[in-house]
Design a protein around this ligand. Structure first.
Ligand code: KG4
Ligand code: ZN
Length: 345
């Protein structure tokens, strides 16, 4: 007699508190996202023009329980249905990471379920694979967020090689700082993108820093300084903004964005050439930028490369990518050491 064999499913609760988003998600088998709840703290930090670590930690404490409850309710699961707890352990603000880590350790212990620690940037790197079967590997991954601009070669969820990193300001950080220079508000990325829509990307020839001819590292601080001096005058850091019209500001935003996009595309294509890759994936908060997505999609189409950008819901910080990555780590036997601490880097 034939027994009907049903493949067992693994349901992972993911928790993410590395910066200023409190997030929880329920994901089955690393690709089927049943819920993805994100409580943004943007309103709390706006008046300071950036993330205030102490405020971030307190806000995580206040809302994490509710966010986890909502994620489980939306997914229609109770604690008995959760097979694994996955949590971001690094990198991030230590005080913020600790809230998620302590909560995850507690749930794992109380529910008697295994725990896995996830690296936030690697989770961003694999986020374009969520929902894709089979996953898009091997691929070159461009990950652009507030803290990182990185290139990876991903051959599998457990075979990720870093090819290049941020040497100074990350791409998102440059967007945020240029938005501050132009007085466009916080967070800067979406504001620059909005202003750039009515600007001329060729109005100002801002520098494209490519570093050495083979380098896959990124440097955006020179570009940021070029914007600063363009606004205020050479060597000056204030006094120039008042002289600019709304159109001037839109032109600067568009020209800055074009310079970032240009560097990101050229570096990614360098990595493709060096690794003879035929697929590219894009993730991280800056991947929400339509100019970045489109330019990379066009460059890939021109070279007949496969291209996958992370779905918009998984670009900014979220716990679906943590649960998804956690699933793959769990599946290959990783288990967390409950004594381990959060790590800033
Ligand atoms: O991945 P993420 O949410 O957090 C980190 O891990 O850092 O990325 C946040 C960054 C911020 O710098 C934000 O300004 C940028 O992503 N960002 C954007 C856009 N949306 C968010 N940058 C450019 N264009 C956007 N539409
Ligand atoms: Zn992130």
């Amino acid at each position: 007699m034939w027994a009907c064999r049903r493949r067992s499913m693994t349901t992972v609760l993911g928790i993410e508190t590395s910066c200023d988003e409190t997030a929880a998600a329920v994901v089955v088998d690393g690709r089927d996202v049943r819920s993805n709840v994100v409580a943004s703290q943007v309103d709390l930090h706006r008046k300071f023009g950036g993330v205030v670590p102490e405020i971030a930690s307190r806000a995580h404490i206040e809302c994490l329980d509710g966010v986890i409850r909502e994620a489980m309710e939306t997914a229609g699961v109770g604690s008995d249905d959760i097979d694994v707890v996955a949590v971001t352990r690094q990198p991030g603000l230590v005080g913020s990471l600790l809230i998620g880590l302590t909560t995850a350790k507690t749930l794992s212990w109380v529910w008697g379920r295994p725990l896995v620690y996830v690296d936030h940037v690697l989770a961003h790197a694999c986020s374009p694979a969520i929902g894709l079967e089979p996953p898009p590997w091997p691929a070159v991954a461009l990950i652009v967020s507030g803290g990182h601009s990185s290139l990876y070669e991903i051959r599998g969820f457990d075979a990720i090689e870093r090819l290049g990193v941020t040497t100074d300001d990350a791409a998102g950080e440059a967007f945020d700082k240029v938005a501050t220079i132009l007085n466009l508000g916080y967070p800067g990325g979406p504001e620059i993108e909005r202003a750039a829509r009515s600007g001329n990307p060729k109005a100002v020839a801002f520098p494209r820093t490519l570093l050495g001819p083979d380098s896959l590292d990124f440097s955006f601080s020179g570009l940021k300084t070029a914007v600063l001096y363009h606004v205020h005058g050479p060597g000056r850091t204030q006094g120039g903004l008042e002289r600019l019209s709304e159109q001037d500001i839109a032109d600067i935003a568009a020209s800055f964005q074009a310079a970032v996009v240009d560097v990101l595309v050229r570096k990614t294509m360098r990595a493709v050439d060096q690794r003879s890759a035929d697929a590219v994936v894009l993730g991280g908060g800056v991947a929400a930028n339509k100019a970045v997505r489109q330019a990379l999609a066009d460059a890939c189409a021109e070279r007949r490369l496969t291209f996958h950008a992370a779905p918009m819901a998984y670009c900014g910080d979220n716990a679906a990518m943590i649960a998804a990555m956690g699933y793959h780590q769990y599946a290959r036997g990783e288990r967390a050491d409950l004594a381990a601490d959060a790590q800033a880097n």
